[in-house]
Design a protein. Structure first.
Length: 151
C-alpha cells in the first residue's frame, strides 16, 4: 500500500517565513492521494487464501510545539490566500513567540491516523490502527508598527 505521512503545509509554511503571535496558522495536507489520505486498497493471495485490506485516513494529531495539541478530523483546508480568519478545521493561534525554542523555531510533530480494515475469503477479518509521523518547523514572532510621520 506504501502508506506514508502526508506533507503538511501551513501559513506560514516554513522556518524562513515569520508568522505572528495572535494570527491564525492554517494547516492542511499538501499532497492528498491514495498513499497520504486514502482510501487505499490492495489484495494478496497465498494458496487458497485471499486477504483484502483497505486503509482509510481518519485525521491528524498535531503537537504544535507550544504545549498545545490539535486534532484535525480530516486533511485540513488550504489557506485561501487572504484574510485573518481561523481555519475551519485544522489550525492554531500561537500566544507566544518561538524565540525561546531550540533554534528559535516551534517544532510541530504531526501524526496521521489510519485505520486498515482487512477481510479474508475464509471469513476472518479485523482492523489495524496505524499512525505515521512527520514534523515541520515554524518561526513565530511579533510584528510592531512604527509611526515616523504623523503630518
Amino acid at each position: 500500500m506504501h502508506l506514508r505521512a502526508p506533507r503538511v503545509e501551513s501559513t506560514p509554511n516554513d522556518s524562513d517565513t515569520l508568522g505572528a503571535v495572535g494570527l491564525p496558522v492554517w494547516l492542511w495536507v499538501a499532497n492528498p492521494g491514495p498513499t497520504t489520505t486514502g482510501p487505499n486498497s490492495t489484495s494478496a493471495t497465498a494458496g487458497d487464501v485471499t486477504v483484502t485490506a483497505t486503509a482509510k485516513f481518519s485525521g491528524m494529531s498535531i503537537d504544535m510545539g507550544d504545549g498545545t495539541t490539535i486534532e484535525c478530523t480530516g486533511p485540513g483546508t488550504e489557506y485561501p490566500g487572504t484574510g485573518i480568519e481561523e481555519s475551519p478545521d485544522c489550525g492554531h493561534v500561537y500566544e507566544q513567540m518561538s524565540d525561546d525554542q531550540p533554534n528559535g523555531l516551534y517544532t510541530l510533530n504531526i501524526t496521521a491516523h489510519w485505520t486498515v480494515d482487512w477481510a479474508s475469503n475464509t471469513g476472518e477479518d479485523g482492523q489495524i490502527p496505524l499512525d505515521l509521523t512527520t514534523d515541520k518547523q515554524l518561526r513565530i514572532g511579533s510584528y510592531q508598527s512604527v509611526v515616523t510621520d504623523v503630518s
